[in-house]
Structure formats: C-alpha cells, structure tokens
Design a binder for this molecule. Structure first.
Ligand SMILES: *Cc1c(COP(=O)(O)O)cnc(C)c1O
Ligand SMILES: [Zn+2]
Length: 415
C-alpha cells in the first residue's frame, strides 16, 4: 500500500506526516487486490472465533487491508468489534420506520478513536518511537494514553484548558499521560502539534494516515454484522472530519473488492456553532474556518483538518452535510438513552440530523439507516446530569419525598 499526498497525488516518504511539496494530508491509496486475489470476507469474519486478541479485534482481523505492520508490534485492546443495536424509540423520534446504531462508544476507551489509535500506536511501536502526542477535545487523548501505556510509549496530550469533559481528562490522567492544558481551543492545540518534528515524536491526530486506516474498518465491522447488506444511509457526526474520511474509504474499498454492490450515502452532521463544513458544502465553496462554539465538545472544531478528504467521500457517496443546534442535540441524546443505548452529545448530533433529513424528505421514512454513535454516555456524565435537572422536554427528574409503593402502583396502572 503506497502513501501518497491526498491533494497533489505525489508519493510520500514512509515516515512523513505531510506532503513535502504541498503540505497536504497524506493517505494510503485505496486498497486494491490483485485480480482474482481479493481477500475472502468470510474467512476474515471467521477470525472472530479465535482467542488471539488480534483476531478478535475488529480492526486487526481486517489486517489484510491495512498497511503492513509486524504482527508482534501490534498493540491491541481488542477494539473495533462493537455491536449494532436497533433503536425503535429513536426511529419514532426521527420519524422513520427503522433505525440501527453502530455503537463505537463500546470500544475499550469508549470512543471510536481506539480503532485508529491501535494502528497509529502499533506503527509508532514498530518504528521505535518513544513519545507520542496529540491535540484533543478529550477522546483522542484518552485513547492515545491507553494504547501508549500498553506499548510502553510516553504520551503527551494537549487539551483546551476549558470546555472539555472532566471525565475524559480524568480517564487520560488515569492511563498515565502527561496532560498539558493550553490557553486556546482545539484548533490552536492542533496547530501546535502539526508544527512538531515527526522524527522526534509520533503525531497521532487523525492527520496521521494510520489512524484513518484503522478507523475505516468500522465500515467492514458494520457490513459484516449486517450480512453485507448495504444500508441506504450512514449518519455520522463531523468534527475534524477524519472519521468521515475513514468510513468513506472503508465503504469504497469494500465496493472495489466486490464485497458490496453499492455505496451507502453519507450524511455528516455538525453542531450549528461549529459548522464550517456544512457551510462549505452548501455553498460548494472552500472551507472557511470559524471560531467553534458548542456544548457537544467532541465536535467543537472550527478548522477541520480533513475537510478535503471528507468532501471527496461525501461526493462519492452522493451524500449530504447539515448542522443542528445544541438544544436539538441535547434532546436527541436523551432519546438515544431511552432506547437503552446512550451516547455522548456529539454522537447524538446524528439522531438530531436524521430527524431534520427525514422531516425535509432527504431521507425516506422507509430507508435503511445506520447512525454512527461515536462515544459512550459516561464520557460526559455532567452533561447528562445537567440535562435531567433542567426543564428540557425529555428531562427525567429525580423524585424526592415520594412513597416508592405509590410509584409502583402508578407504573402498574393500565395506560
Ligand atoms: C472525535 C469525535 C468526533 C469527531 O470525529 P472527527 O473524526 O473529528 O470528525 C465525534 N464524536 C466523538 C465522540 C468523538 O470523540
Ligand atoms: Zn501534495
């Protein structure tokens, strides 16, 4: 698999992080098998039956489609093999007949970042890196620190000093990373990281093409669990847009291998206060960075690094990009909880976005739709607690001074 510039197409050195001629993001070329030698999807899926963590991992069982990394260098926490849940209450809320959720919050550190991080850190380990760094709104830092701890690599994370979930910072500290709070937002932190020398420190933000390769396997894991039936729509949140780039690439590779016969359409949902990609899509123009403001902190990003890659994936899939406001995200998040699933705010932008797209007829009520839930409900417990103490429509208030027996009677009463 060759590493090339995603913008000018020039070949890149194996240890580069950006294009030497145009500074564009690097990408591994679309995986293509020799004629008649496409990997057998069923043989790969059958690795689930093994007891080797690398076979059980939803990422590493697809290693035939990943950049070559020595098997002994693989650093895994058995990530990627996450469930697909049906979500009837969420479907009713959005106004569609059926809906399912690929829950990437069910990963080892409770967000999708693990699927990319296992590959980025395995690569760093294979090349002898001693220190790894990322800028983060919280989940990348938690994931980096866990995998770095497993690998015996020192982790350094740059986080905004305000507006990030306490739970995510605590988790990161727990795994032993050095946490540096910076006086600025995520975009400023990423600028700092991008300027670092990749020879001295492994940069593991989603500008790292190994991250994208790991994250693309979520497309395979989803299809595998659906018996390779392609959904009509995939709805996912968009922040830095690495995940949109990764999932789009995964589906295109599955198509190129003959594993599926069409692409699902990608609907990317941003928070209204952090929606430069939605605006660029609407205006068919280049992305203009914004100052990001949203309570969905995982997508509070004003200058998404991967917007060009993501735009190409949305176009290839005949997809769309939209934005939803913070109140819509908050209500949708509470509804996902009512399905017994739960997710963090950024993930719930998907359900709010679906509701908008079903309401305006872009998505049909009978379509086959999958939401990508990117992070676990416990990633931002304070947000959930605040919602349920508020006067919001789906707030579930704690009862005080009531007789529990009366509560039981009320719940047993015929409707
Ligand atoms: C990182 C993250 C996102 C945004 O993903 P991008 O690849 O930056 O677009 C969305 N939701 C959660 C929970 C995340 O951790
Ligand atoms: Zn280039």
């Amino acid at each position: 698999m060759n590493l090339v510039c995603s913008e000018c197409g020039r070949a890149a050195a194996a240890d580069a992080m950006f294009c030497a001629s145009c500074e564009g993001l690097l990408a591994f070329e679309t995986f293509a098998a020799a004629p008649g030698a496409a990997p057998d999807r069923d043989r790969i899926a059958a690795r689930r039956n093994s007891n080797d963590m690398r076979d059980r991992s939803g990422v590493w069982r697809y290693r035939d489609l990943l950049p070559p990394i020595p098997f002994d260098s693989i650093v895994t926490l058995r990530e990627g093999d996450v469930p697909v849940y049906d979500a009837p209450r969420s479907a009713a809320y959005a106004g569609v007949q059926r809906l399912s959720c690929l829950h990437l919050g069910m990963n080892p550190t409770a967000s999708f970042k693990d699927a990319g991080m296992t590959v980025a850190i395995s690569r760093a380990a294979a090349t002898g890196a001693r220190v790894a760094i990322c800028a983060s709104t919280g989940n990348t830092s938690a994931s980096l620190s866990a995998y770095a701890a497993r690998a015996g690599i020192s982790a350094v994370v740059l986080v905004p000093s305000t507006g990030i979930s306490e739970a995510k910072v605590a988790q990161t500290l727990d795994y032993g990373a050095t946490v540096v709070a910076i006086d600025g937002d995520f975009d400023a932190a990423l600028e700092t990281v991008r300027a670092m020398d990749p020879q001295r420190v492994a940069i593991v933000n989603s500008v790292n093409p190994y991250r994208i390769e790991g994250q693309k396997t979520a497309a395979f894991v989803l299809l595998e669990q659906r018996g390779w039936r392609v959904p009509d729509w995939i709805v996912l949140p968009g922040g830095n847009l690495g995940n949109t780039s990764a999932l789009g690439k995964g589906f295109r590779e599955a198509l190129a291998l003959g594993w599926i016969d069409r692409l699902p359409r990608l609907a990317v949902v941003q928070a209204s206060g952090a929606a430069p990609f939605a605006r660029a899509f609407r205006d068919k123009a280049d992305l203009i960075p914004v100052h990001a403001e949203t309570t969905a902190t995982a997508i509070k990003i004003g200058a998404p690094a991967s917007w060009k890659k993501a735009r190409a994936e949305v176009a290839a899939s005949l997809g769309t990009v939209l934005h939803v406001d913070d109140d819509a995200i908050a209500d949708a998040r509470a509804i996902v909880g009512r399905d017994g699933i739960g997710c963090e705010p950024a993930s719930a932008a998907t359900l709010a976005g679906l509701r908008q797209l079903a309401g305006n007829g872009t998505i049909g009520a009978g379509d086959d739709i999958v939401l990508i839930l990117t992070g676990h409900v416990l990633k931002d417990g304070a947000y959930a607690a605040n919602y349920h103490e508020s006067a919001a429509p789906f707030a579930n208030h704690i009862l005080r001074g009531v007789d529990p027996a009366e509560v039981i009677d009320r719940l047993n009463a015929p409707a």
